[in-house]
Design a protein around this ligand. Sequence first.
Ligand code: ATP
Ligand code: MG
Length: 269
Amino acid sequence: MPEGPEHPAPLLTLAGVRKSFGAVHALADGRLDLRAGEVHALVGENGAGKSTLVKVLAGVHGPDEGVMALDGQPVFFGGPADARAAGIAVIYQEPTLFPDLSVAENIFMGRQPLRSLRRIDTAAMRQRTEELFARLGVRMDPDRPARGLSIADQQLVEIAKALSFDARVLVMDEPTAALSGVEVERLFAVVRSLREAGAAVLFISHRFDEVFALCERVTVMRDGRWVSTDPTAELTVGQVVRRMVGREVSQLYPKQDTTPARSSCRCVT
Ligand SMILES: Nc1ncnc2c1ncn2[C@@H]1O[C@H](COP(=O)(O)OP(=O)(O)OP(=O)(O)O)[C@@H](O)[C@H]1O
Ligand SMILES: [Mg+2]
């Protein structure tokens, strides 16, 4: 396929990725193609294999089979440090910062800028943290302890940390699950600025309104397998749901059965 604005070269690809835990085939055929400058949704029912795919990307799980490539070059991650060095950062739903360390110390943990006599250069660390937050359009005191930060603010610290590593791929596994409406909007503004800066963002969510508001393309997974990848503009919520569940929703929820418990199911909201 010719490259160009319509078909930019993929930044990160996964193909034929398998991962089993004993008898559980968490991933049977994981595939992904992420482009620089896109926010890409990954959707699927509970247990579809989304988080397992993320953990392969993050170097947490070595795949049993399959290939991963960055800029067209095959890569193998022996652990999370390899993935991070390759520019892949994962923001989890509930980050775990060190509560007694400051925001800046959490960001530069283990690689603080040093002055003479190997003393930590706190002024430089503070300034770099301020620069990172400025790039994200976020206000936060670099010197405050992480303890007491909201989950939303902890995620922003993690995103700042990812920027400090020059991450080009940001993976967000259900980042909005514990956020308020205002916090979701702020996160979206940050994600859009990362996209403007050329990052690829993989966004996992069970909320279709978020997927359709934020993402350029949508990959659907079912039972550990890739089902489809399409531009969001060419999809309807109904199509996405049918692909997630693998059959017509009317078959799942027959018309005569409209008890409140059924109709409040996540799949049809
Ligand atoms: N470490 C593990 N050991 C055993 N089974 C696992 C492990 N991790 C995941 N699984 C299983 O693999 C399957 C896929 O799980 P995964 O967490 O990837 O799904 P998911 O799409 O992220 O679901 P959710 O939307 O609920 O987060 C599930 O059946 C899960 O129970
Ligand atoms: Mg998951």
